[in-house]
Every structure is written in C-alpha cells, then in structure tokens.
Design a protein around this ligand. Structure first.
Ligand code: F6R
Length: 588
C-alpha cells in the first residue's frame, strides 16, 4: 500500500533512499517524504505528489548517512504534507505501511496526556506512543516491544530515535518488510526491487520481529527481545526485470514479457508433456472454492469454466472481501484456492486465514515469492511472472491463467491434455506483434464501452473492461451477452463501442445475435473471435488463432490488455500509476 526504504551506512543515504522509493512508487504515490540525520539532527522533508516532486526539495549530496523514506497511498487523511510520512513526535520519527485499527482510541488517550497531533493519520499515534513509553522504558527495543503490544492492525515500521544516531529500527506485523545487506551499509525496504540497485542479499522479517540495523551489522529479535538468527536470502531475478528496458511504460514492457512468462510458468510445472513433482496431484478434492480480488478474481472466473469443463469438479468463485464474511459451504474435501499476484492483498489473506481456521485445505497461486499468502497456505504454486511494476496487472494475469489451466488438467487427470500447451508461446508472440491502435481510436472517442461474451468469454470481458476502466478511465461494463437485453441495452446509442468476445464456438451464433441486436441500435462492434466470420455485423475484427478451449483464454486476454494500453496512451493517462490506485491492496 505504501512503500518504505531506510538506509544506514558508509555512503550518502539520501540518493539510496530516493532511488529505492522510486522502485516502490507503484505501491502508492500520492505523497512522499524522508527523514535523515544531518549535523546530528533529524531533518524531515515531505511533499505531495510523486517522488520526483520530493526530490526537487532535497540536496542529494547532503552529508547524511542514515535516512528513512516513504511513499504514500492515503488511507487516513487526504494526501497533504502534514499527512505524509515520516511522522515525528518527541524523540521518535516513524514511517509506516499498514493500518492501525485502534488509532482513534489511542489518540484520545494520548491527547488526554497532553500530546498534540499534527495530522489526521492513524500513523501519528506510533511516534506518540514510542515517545511516551520511552520515558519510562528508557530503552528503544523495550519501548518498541511495548508499543507493538498496544497497536492493533497491520504495520511495517521504520523508526529513528534522536538518542541513537547509529541505528535504524524496524518491525512488522502483517505488512511486509525486508532487511538488505550491502558492503556499504544496511537497508530496510517494503519490497526487493527497492534495493536491487545495490544488493540482492536480503532477510525477510517475520511477524512481530524487531530489527536493528547500523552501518556494519544487523540484529533481529523475537517478541521477547531474544536475538534470533535469520537466513540471508539471495534474490534470483535480474535487475533488468525491475526496469523499463527501453519500453515507454512498464505496462507495455510487462505485456511484451508474456511469451516468456508463459514458458517459464509452463516449464516450471511440465516437462515432456508430463507434470513435474512441482505440481501436486490434489487427488482428494471434489469441491473447489476460488477466492481473490480484482483481476485475480477474474482469473478465478476463467478457472471455474476450465476446471468444471475439463475436471468435472464444481467450482465456486467469490471475491475475497465477500467470502471472508459469508456463510461458506465446505468440508474436508474442499480445496480453497487463493489467487494473488502480490500475495499480500488483505482481503485475500484474511479469506485464506478464515478457511484455515475452519480446517479447510488451502492452495495459494501467487507471484511474489514468500509473500504472506504464499507462506500461510497449505500448498503454494508460484506463477513465474517475475516482478510486476505497472499497477494494472497484465503478465501476472496471463501467468495465473496458464497455471489455472494446468491445474484444470491436473485435476482432470487427463495428462494427454498437456499437449494443448505446446507451441502456444508462438501464438502469444504473434498476437503481441500486431497493432491495436485502430481499435483503440474507436474506444478513446467514447465515454462508455461495453464488453459482452458468454461463459469463459464473459470472464475475459470482465478483465478487458477492468483494464480499460483503470488505465484509460473509460466507464466500461462487462455483461453476459444474453443479459444485455434485460435492461442495460437501453444505454447503447449511436457509436457506443461494444467489444464482443467469442471463443466458445458452439454458442457463437447466440453471441453474434446479441451483437447484431446492439449493432441495430447504432453500436460500433469490435468482434474478437477465433473463427472466420461470414456475416458482416461488426466494424472491426480481431481474429485469433483457433486453439483448444483450455488455452484459448491465455491468448485472448492479450488484445484486451493492448487495447486498454493504447487507449490510455491516446488519452494521455498515467498508464503505470493510474489515479487512486496502488499495486498491493493491504487494506480491507
Ligand atoms: C487490476 C489489478 C487488481 C489486482 C487486485 C488483486 O489490474 O491489478 O485488480 O488484481 O488488486 O491483487 P493481488 O493479485 O495482488 O491479490
């Protein structure tokens, strides 16, 4: 949700913290700030907007060797300088990612003790509590331990205390945080890309662990302040994977990585048309629930079609924010599958925890290695998408769809179906090489767009529509093709773009009839199909290769992603960081 970077070492701290924050900007980008030690004093600079605006206010050459920084996605209080992090009260300066659920009552108590607050954030109670309890505890670690015992909610914190000019302190519960080690110093960061310019060695902080870093060393303590040994991990991905590499936007770069992502995911689970041991058999399950949010939920909708059709197992799909509160019908033969690119989405994580508490087996389909969902599920299958920086997901969607199609085959126990995956990458490549600008021009002219399709095509419509809404700010609705005439068709007027998707050929005549109905009312039809069409009811046509139904969704999503990208570009939108969004939604 927000991004944290801290550095203490032998090099100047501000360039390192600022460059790290730029890599985390995808997590939130409505304001940013840094606190740094300069001439033995903690200085704070904050600004509304992007890191680039903050950078203009900072002297990167300042002789400062210890700093913490933050990029914010506002939850409590509007984006403003006073609400930006770091927050400072008394001797403590803090950056925070997460949400403090009991902040209102804490704030009231602290106000009664005479503490004055300057922001409307939940975060500000943290330095206030630290400063208050430090007066009696007189020890920073003991104070942090005391305060995290009081806080409810989720947090990753970077902390500086005026009385300790050598160490940065860090602690996490819920929200992710890593330590990273470099010959020239130590980092804390919300995510690995922030530190990859400097090092690929990192340590994952677990729940409630407290860390202390200085220019030469680090210590990690458990909740009882007992020092613990931590494994130093090496990030395997290249830094290129987290950089633009000549593309104009991360979204475009990531879409163009889809051929590789497809192959990486396939080859991780399959070799010579057989499953490797990386893919468990999942034999005992006769009922499946798929739970996720946003695009990951739409992958679930695609997977429902594939698993039901190929494996003959009933699948229930629900968005995580509903699933976690509703009555669920499951038993020991139910598998609850959580799909999440980030592995940190709060509602998905809580849905997983709920199923676990109810004694139900869980499977995580995750991109980010060792993320919370990946670690807490009974089984975890990773998609091999690599770091996804653009806020709107593309390559992770394709990788998740690939993996769910493989899972459908695994559950069907018809291994011969694996041959359908052979060579799909060539089609991905060919579809990526086409030009989608003409289709985009049609859509960019309009304020409303409709996507219609049936069954699995409807699931793809949902994703195409979301991509257009979030990246190009076009109001767009996805409908089951047969449902439109039950009311919504009244919104179709002359020139309204309607994108019809039909890859399920047995029902093509029905979908085509629905498209003709809207064409008769003036709609401009873009028809996406994998069969030659004789009738001329459309304005523009996208013909895809005709592959098995099992793998068709993998290639069909690509034109939808590229059309949304082109429309967003024509409209001059902020493609990689659409307004109001953040990459990883760690609030409920
Ligand atoms: C849309 C998008 C979101 C995410 C959703 C779930 O492009 O990226 O809808 O799919 O927020 O995120 P994860 O997959 O990280 O759980």
């Amino acid at each position: 949700m927000c991004g944290i970077v801290g550095y203490v070492g032998k090099e100047r701290a501000l360039p390192r913290v600022l460059s790290g924050l730029k890599f985390l900007e995808y997590r939130g980008y409505d304001s940013a700030g840094v606190a740094y030690l300069f001439n033995d004093e903690v200085k704070i600079t904050k600004e509304v907007g992007r890191i680039s605006s903050l950078e203009k206010l900072i002297d990167l050459d300042a002789d400062s060797y210890m700093a913490i920084g933050h990029t914010r996605w506002a939850t409590h209080g509007e984006p403003s300088v006073s609400n930006s992090h770091p927050h400072r009260i008394g001797k403590f300066t803090v950056v925070h990612n997460g949400i403090i659920e009991n902040y209102l009552s804490l704030k009231e108590d602290l106000k009664k003790k005479g503490i004055k607050f300057l922001s409307s954030t939940d975060t500000e109670v943290i330095p206030a509590l630290l400063d208050y309890y430090y007066k009696s505890e007189k020890d920073i670690l003991k104070t942090i331990k005391k305060v995290i015992g009081i806080l409810e909610g989720s947090f990753a914190l970077g902390i500086i205390c005026d009385d300790d000019k050598e160490n940065i302190y860090a602690v996490r519960r819920g929200s992710p945080l890593i330590l990273a080690l470099d010959k020239m110093g130590m980092f804390i960061a919300s995510d690995v890309p922030a530190i990859l310019c400097y090092t690929n060695k990192y340590i994952l902080l677990e729940q409630n662990e407290i860390a202390k870093i200085n220019k030469n060393s680090y210590q990690v303590y458990d909740q009882n302040l007992k020092e613990i040994k931590k494994e130093v991990k090496t990030f395997e991905g290249s830094q290129d994977a987290a950089m633009l590499n000549g593309y104009e936007h991360y979204m475009l770069k990531e879409i163009h990585e889809e051929e590789k992502v497809y192959l990486d995911t396939l080859n991780y689970y399959v070799s010579d048309n057989s499953f490797k041991e990386t893919m468990p058999e999942f034999k005992k399950y006769n009922n499946i629930h798929i739970v996720a949010c946003g695009s990951a939920y739409y992958v679930g909708c695609i997977a429902k079609n594939l698993i039901e059709n190929y494996a003959n197992i009933p699948v229930y799909v629900e968005v995580a924010s509903e699933y976690r509160y509703k009555k669920n019908f499951y038993d020991s033969n139910t598998l609850v599958i959580i799909i999440s690119q980030s592995g940190e989405t709060a509602d998905s994580l809580e849905a997983l925890r709920r199923a676990k508490n109810d004694g139900i087996d869980t499977l995580a389909i995750v991109n980010v290695v060792l993320s919370s969902i990946a670690r807490e599920a009974k089984y975890t299958l990773y998609v091999k998408a690599g770091p996804e920086i653009a806020v709107a997901t593309t390559k992770a969607f394709l990788a998740q769809t690939t993996l769910m199609a493989l899972l459908a085959v695994r559950l069907s126990r018809k291994n011969e179906l694996l041959k359908e995956f052979v060579g799909v990458e060539k089609y991905i490549n060919e579809i990526l090489s086409r030009n989608y600008l003409d289709y985009a021009k049609e859509i960019a002219k309009s304020n409303d767009t409709f996507f219609i399709g049936r069954l699995v095509d409807y699931a793809l419509c949902l994703e195409g529509s979301l991509k257009l809404k979030e990246t190009a700010y076009i109001n767009s609705v996805a409908f089951q093709a047969g449902e439109l005439k039950h009311g919504t068709i009244s919104l179709i007027t002359k020139g309204t773009p309607v994108i019809g998707i039909c890859t399920c050929h047995e029902i093509a005549p029905k979908t085509i009839s629905n498209l003709k109905e809207v064409a008769a009312r003036g709609a401009k039809i873009i028809y996406i199909t994998s069969e030659e069409v004789e009738d001329n009811f459309y304005d523009k046509l996208i013909i895809l290769p005709k592959l098995a139904d099992l793998v068709m969704p993998i290639i069909t999503v690509i034109p939808l992603q590229l059309i949304a990208y082109e429309v967003a570009k024509l409209k001059g939108c902020d493609i990689d960081k659409p307004r109001n969004l953040a990459k990883s939604v760690t609030v409920e």
